[in-house]
Design a protein around this ligand. Structure first.
Ligand SMILES: Nc1ncnc2c1ncn2[C@@H]1O[C@H](COP(=O)(O)OP(=O)(O)O)[C@@H](O)[C@H]1O
Ligand SMILES: [Mg+2]
Length: 293
């Protein structure tokens, strides 16, 4: 059997020198893998950061089922544009500001969340106009260019009136500060944003669809395997790939979980590769619906 490391990325190959325990830990703590669709979305998001200010800033909405990797992309985008000190202006700038839409948001809760994130929490009784002014002032001062909102479908938990108000607030912030909005949410979020026609119009939409039996999915699995520190290459049959899809229901989080578990099993058994029969007999311990709800 092949004992070289050409089946691995340089990073994964280096891990082969570590004890089993360390390798298992490395697999468990795996952070971020750039599959093509994620790259495509990130490339598009990165364009927003350099977009010249104007009256109608382009915005992007990314929809996908729970566990499809939205928050991972959000964090990656945020981390690629960390706050930095501009030595020319002597100011600290935060080009990308990322927040989570509160559950059952209204104008007050939205601003409270935003201000806390901005490091300027308000008195509980502060009036909304004050909160709005404070948020505008700080965001302007730190040069926010893109406001990212995760879990945007939470808007739908509000009454019709609350929903309109929150959407209005988003449109107001975007117009007033001339910033782009990036919203992540489950598919229902489409409906939430659609509640404001003017706002919806400026959103370009991306969907993270569940994985299906095609080349994209093969690329994802191959990428995961190349990043998994096992001594021997894992060559999976088309049947195994179909089985992975069936068990995981095409949800990114479940696919990562399944491959990681199989890899850990392969280390512990000494087999050192993932074989078709291991996939065939693998029993998921997750409940696809409950685990990432
Ligand atoms: N690009 C990725 N690289 C590594 N793991 C990922 C990636 N995308 C998703 N995952 C896995 O899937 C899990 C769920 O992803 P998450 O971004 O929280 O999904 P969502 O926000 O769409 O519900 C993550 O905790 C991680 O284990
Ligand atoms: Mg999420």
């Amino acid at each position: 059997m092949n004992t070289g490391t050409s089946h691995l990325t340089a990073n994964a190959a280096t891990l082969l020198g570590e004890a089993d325990k360390q390798r298992v830990r490395a697999i468990r703590s795996r952070r971020w893998l750039v599959y093509p669709r994620a790259k495509q979305v990130l490339d598009r998001l990165n364009v927003l950061v350099d977009h010249p200010r104007g009256t109608r800033m382009p915005s992007i909405a990314i929809y996908g089922d729970s566990g499809m990797g939205k928050t991972m992309i959000m964090k990656r985008f945020r981390d690629q544009h960390p706050p930095s000190f501009n030595s020319l202006t002597g100011r600290l700038t935060t080009p990308v500001l990322a927040m989570e839409m509160t559950s059952r948001p209204g104008e007050r809760r939205f601003y409270a969340e935003l201000l806390t994130l901005l490091g300027a929490p308000q008195r509980p009784r502060a009036d909304i106009a004050q909160m709005e002014q404070a948020a505008l002032r700080i965001m302007e001062a730190i040069g926010v260019q893109v406001l990212v909102i995760d879990e945007v479908h939470n808007i739908l938990a509000g009454t019709y009136r609350e929903q309109r108000i929150v959407l209005n607030t988003l449109r107001f912030l975007s117009n007033r500060l001339q910033i782009s909005l990036v919203c992540f949410g489950v598919n229902d979020a489409r409906e939430a944003i659609g509640g404001d026609v003017q706002l919806a119009r400026r959103f370009e939409q991306f969907t993270l669809s569940r994985w299906a039996a095609n080349e994209q999915f093969e690329i994802l699995v191959a990428l995961m395997l190349r990043n998994t520190p096992l001594r021997y290459p894992s060559v999976l049959s088309a049947k195994s790939l179909r089985r992975i899809l069936q068990i995981t229901e095409g949800i990114t989080a479940n696919i990562f979980h399944m491959i990681n578990s199989l890899a850990i099993e392969a280390i512990e058994s000494g087999k050192e590769h993932i074989a078709d029969d291991a996939i065939e007999s693998w029993e998921p311990e997750f409940d696809a619906e409950a685990a990432f709800a």
